[in-house]
Design a protein. Sequence first.
Length: 296
Amino acid sequence: MSTVRIGNRLVGPDQPCFIIGEIGINHNGSLDLTRKLIDMAKNAGCDAVKFQKRTVDVVYTAEELAKPRETPFGSTNGDLKRALEFGKKEYDEIDKYCNKVDIPWFASPWDEASVDFLEQYDPPCYKIASACLTDDGLISYVRSKGRPIILSTGMSNMNMINHAVDILGKNDLVILHCTSVYPKVTSDGLENLSMVNLEVIKEFRKLFNPVPIGYSSHLSGIMPVYAAAAKGACMVESHITLERALWGSDQASSLEPQQLINLCRMIRELKVAEGDGVKRIYPAEIEVMKKLRRKG
């Protein structure tokens, strides 16, 4: 497999797993909360944080924006979408703060104007959201900027994914397996857990060689993300939150601070524990061997 450079890091099978803290819209329109989430990702050991950028009146129809929806920001869906959409003032601060704490940031643009907006910040890459995978015009426009691209594949079958890869090409591309289902915690465990379907990572590796393959999670637990890393995912992404009980549609499916710390630590330890594949007797085993082995 090839490697893809994102900022000062290489993403590929022989590299440490690249861990993304997906802030998304969990900032709830607050820059103070945004800074805390950036700190959370940095302190846990993430390699980057990610946001989402939309031109609200382009991405959503007038009918959709007018739908009634009671939120802390107003009584319509449009009130919510506009309240959660950061503009230049907020992204200037995000860019400044991420530079200060030394963690890269990037975003998923949902329309061409959002790509143009994000270009002013010289992002290390772009991510194509699962919902945008079939938007040929948008993904072509993103590719025209010449930056590495991360392609998320939720809500998509192989025909759709192959078509997107045909447009994007395999250079400077990372593909993330993703299932856009938010499993619910029940008395029997996680509903819809089988839909996580981590075996797809192995299939993607065969089908899209030499493209690095990763995994994007919509779970509040760390098990599938860690398992994806153990299966060789070169990149993993999880939504993050200060507290899952906070208001917001993505909070409940996000990792809280201690979970993120544990996940990053486990993934880093996994890389060390994998070793080099050479079976040998280690010096530390010799004394044990002398005590326990009767022959040989």
